[in-house]
Design a protein around this ligand. Sequence first.
Ligand code: PEP
Ligand code: MN
Length: 264
Amino acid sequence: SANRKFHPKDSIIEVGEQKLKVGHGNFALIAGPCSVESEEQIISVAKSVKAAGATMLRGGAFKPRTSPYDFQGLKADGIELLLEAKRETGLPIVTEIMNANHLPLFEDVDVIQVGARNMQNFELLKELGKTRKPILIKRGLANTIKELLMSAEYIMAGGNENVILCERGIRTFETATRNTLDLSAVTVLHELTHLPVVVDPSHATGVARYVKPMAMAAAACGADGLIIEVHNDPPHALCDGAQSLRPEQFEDVAKAVRRVRAAA
Ligand code: PEP
Ligand code: MN
């Protein structure tokens, strides 16, 4: 169970062949583009985020786009390119699954992401519960903390205890940001569950210049990691360019986050 009552100690999730630890003081700095777009793009972003201190590479291959006319991702080819970036850099990779039928394609993916839009796709969660892969599950656009925990429970009930929770902003009446980052969720979740909690300041704000202060705030309130969108050429990104950092901006954020963690 995700409930701390039954498991008072913080969980540590082990990721990839190198058994990279996440949780209980082990901080995950996950960075990369919203979508994998090309070999050059993903390899160059992977190398620069690694140099800046990222511990995992993110990149969408199957994209849950609001409009069916928007870029839907490179799909299986995108996963192949992520695997190439992993071979080049050694970074474990995180990518989103939308359909349990695609699971065979995720064999060598290190962390499978469940996006906000699929947080309550219970059939998908049950299938992921049969695997032993680390699952990063994002809070739904309009879901409560308790609902997020119940979704984690769906995965864990199948025997897969390797769950990482992600706060990525929720829908409120506010329109200045894409979503409203609910940072208190980090504190509440740490009280209710032993699972690691990471924060996504990119989708939470939708605005690149707001990412640094929210990343620092997440580190200050004890988040177990961050997932941040980074693109080599944000104005031309096929998805989420407005919230994507250039590699040198990510380097600055990574340094600021390390300063906050050292001071905490
Ligand atoms: C993403 O990580 O690119 C994504 C689609 O995020 P979310 O599910 O939080 O909207
Ligand atoms: Mn995105």
